[in-house]
Design a protein around this ligand. Structure first.
Ligand code: WTA
Length: 646
């Protein structure tokens, strides 16, 4: 037997929702009869008005249409709350672990339903109506989940902005969806440090007079300025609001949320997700990919600001009635056993995290893990970037005790929920492979000329048909939506990733093919970082590329050309780092900034990033095809400077 293939655990397979034969049969059926298949899957939800149409989708160049369950009606918060509260109101929906060890909260289904209802009533009182956007800038606290579900309850559309983003980044995202209400907190708390959320929000709102109300959650209860005309304390407002709020029925194709993500051009894209298809895909895939069974405790470490948390910390699990662990802090503070301690304390069964975290915890050795009893774990998951085999093996052996399958889940903010992943009871595992397509999903590997790669081989990862969780558009920019995803390979959705298919039909993601980099599982557009650097008065131009980084997967490498007469200095480097921090946030700060007298360009003046990517990776020999470089001496110049330093 191939030592690099991990067989399906037999005891797990015997109890699993889907076993190997089941997968083959269900997958076949989902492709042959998508309507029948998804009609059945959609029964995982309660529909206030059942749908008669299932799928109305086309990817043809003249007409891209994506509609699922279009005439059905439902409410997402009802599906995630009321139907569970009615059955097990006093059981926990959320087990929250705060940044400080010992700081914890247990939120029952009834508590959560009540809080969501009060908040929904508060939002209504503030003038929020069905279809309005509400921005949410909160730490990982139960109120963040309440905020999302409260919007869903009244048919409003939430836009969660990662609390690590700067004031400027927040402002851009509020402006784009024009929300008139913002929900934030006094401060966040991460690794013992205060994050000035209200202060950032105030700065963001200086340029946004259309924001009428700011609801402020007391998280640290330290002093923050309040603007009496605009700001309201969350607890005070909720105390006055009625505890009952009937869920508003919405159409399946009415929007549920917008979430901004980076693309290969400047401005972040607001991916718009709708209610019915998204929730069906989230709920059904959560159940299958983690082999969720009632009573399981699910711990997803993602921040509420990312799609991973939207789908597999909040909507997917809660729609299934799963109890979720919500953790505010970081895995290495106060020490590297924090996650393991939480898993032991809450007897976590399903654990979902990103490779970058596994790599950084690996560095701390096995001792912090071994100190804890992790025998409750049954299924592990990985998401956000390719997982290298060393990290996979460590995760499998040390964290999972060699017993728990790892589901390596490939998907995107745009896809809403998973597209490729092994199902734990159905597929043998190969470390580093996202295995096979989820039900109804039709992957295709295409050559640059659009021809399909058959059998074994590598190519541009595309999908030949729609799936229910797919984003419907980029908010306010349908043209960009069509151009980005449907124009490169007409008739297909193009992911922007490369992939390989092996002889067993397993998929291996090889990484982004566009100007997007994946830093610690966070997706960043190099163009956004370049724009931030170039806004400094001393900078003539900048080019940003990814380079291999042991922990982060990819690090950020910036080549900066200064204006005539400006002297290179460490001081200037620090100013540039600070500038990126204020314009975007700490996650976008370059790991390295190097001065380049000029940047390599082609004859029409386009910066040749692929050459810089090679240099950043320490490859000074092969620049690949240099026939398009306008002036080769520019490349030689950069290489000479580098060789001197390294
Ligand atoms: C990458 C995160 C390899 C990929 C859910 C994709 C992955 C981008 C995997 C989307 C995986 C995500 N293996 N690469 N299992 N999962 N990616 O929008 O490049 O933050 O296009 O969504 O992350 O990142 P996003």
């Amino acid at each position: 037997m191939n030592p690099h293939v991990f067989p399906i655990p037999t005891d797990l397979a015997s109890k699993a929702h889907v076993d190997a034969r089941g997968y083959e049969e269900m997958y076949r059926r989902s492709i042959d009869d998508p309507e029948g298949f998804w009609r059945e899957q959609a029964q995982i939800l309660d529909w206030s008005r059942p749908f008669t149409q299932v799928k109305n989708t086309r990817y043809s160049p003249e007409d891209v249409t994506i509609e699922w369950f279009a005439d059905g009606r439902l409410n997402a918060s009802y599906n995630c709350l009321d139907r569970h509260a009615a059955q097990k109101g006093s059981e926990p929906a959320i087990l929250w672990a705060g940044d400080t060890p010992g700081d914890q909260r247990r939120v029952t289904w009834s508590d959560l339903r009540q809080e969501v209802s009060r908040l929904a009533n508060t939002l209504t009182k503030l003038g929020v109506k069905k279809g309005d956007f509400v921005s949410v800038y909160l730490p990982v606290i139960p109120e963040a989940i309440a905020a999302m579900l409260a919007c869903a309850r009244i048919g409003a559309v939430h836009s969660v902005v990662f609390s690590g983003f700067s004031a400027e980044a927040l402002a851009g995202r509020i402006k784009d969806c024009r929300s008139r209400v913002l929900i934030t907190a006094d401060e966040g708390l991460r690794a013992g440090k205060y994050v000035p959320l209200k202060k950032n929000a105030d700065a963001a709102l200086e340029s946004l007079p259309f924001v009428e109300h700011v609801l402020v959650v007391r998280r640290t209860s330290r002093d923050v300025p309040m603007n009496p005309e605009r700001d309201l304390w969350y607890d005070g407002a909720l105390a006055q609001a009625p505890a009952d709020c009937p869920p508003v029925e919405v159409g399946a194709e009415d929007p549920l949320f917008v979430l901004y993500t980076s693309g290969s051009t400047g401005k972040p894209k607001g991916m718009l997700h709708t209610t019915g298809g998204y929730l069906v895909h989230a709920a059904a895939s959560f159940r299958a990919m983690f082999d969720y069974h009632p009573g399981d405790i699910h711990f997803c470490t993602a921040d509420v600001g990312w799609v991973t948390a939207h789908t597999y910390l909040i909507y997917g699990p809660l729609a299934n009635g799963a109890t979720v662990v919500l953790f505010e802090g970081v895995p290495t503070w106060p020490d590297a056993s924090r996650w393991w301690q939480i898993i032991e304390a809450y007897r976590v069964n399903i654990f979902y995290t990103a490779p970058t975290a596994i790599r950084s915890l690996m560095r701390e050795g096995e001792a912090p893990v071994r100190k804890h009893d992790l025998s409750s774990l049954r299924v592990l998951g990985s998401v956000g970037e390719p997982i290298n085999p060393e990290a996979w093996l460590w995760y499998h052996e040390v964290v999972g005790g060699g017993r728990c399958p790892i589901t390596d889940t490939y998907w995107q903010t745009e896809t809403g929920a998973v597209l490729l992943c092994p199902l734990p009871g159905a597929m043998a595992l190969k470390p580093g492979s996202a295995a096979k397509p989820f039900f109804g999903v039709r992957p295709a590997l295409l050559n640059s000329d659009g021809s399909a790669v058959e059998g074994e081989g590598a190519g541009n990862l595309c999908f030949a048909d729609s799936w229910p969780g797919q984003a419907r558009t980029i908010l306010g920019d349908r043209e960009r939506f069509l151009k980005t995803y449907f124009s490169t390979f007409p008739g297909y959705y193009f992911t922007g990733d490369g992939a390989r298919r092996d002889a067993d039909g397993y998929y291996w993601i090889t990484g982004r093919l566009d100007d997007v980099i994946n830093v610690s599982g966070h997706r960043l557009g190099t163009v956004e970082i370049e724009a931030a650097l170039a806004s400094h008065s001393s900078v003539a131009e900048a080019a940003v590329v990814g380079f291999p980084h042991e922990i982060k997967g990819q690090g950020i490498f910036a080549f900066v050309t200064l204006k005539e007469g400006i002297t290179e200095s460490d001081e200037l480097r620090r100013e540039l780092l600070q500038l990126v921090r204020t314009r975007i946030g700490p996650i976008a700060m370059p790991d390295r900034i190097e001065w380049a007298p000029q940047l390599p360009k082609n004859r029409s003046g386009k910066i040749l990033r692929r050459i810089l990517t090679r240099i950043a990776a320490g490859d000074f020999e092969s620049h690949g095809d240099t026939s398009t470089v306008a002036d080769l001496s520019v490349v030689e110049d950069i290489v000479r400077r580098f060789q001197k330093q390294n």
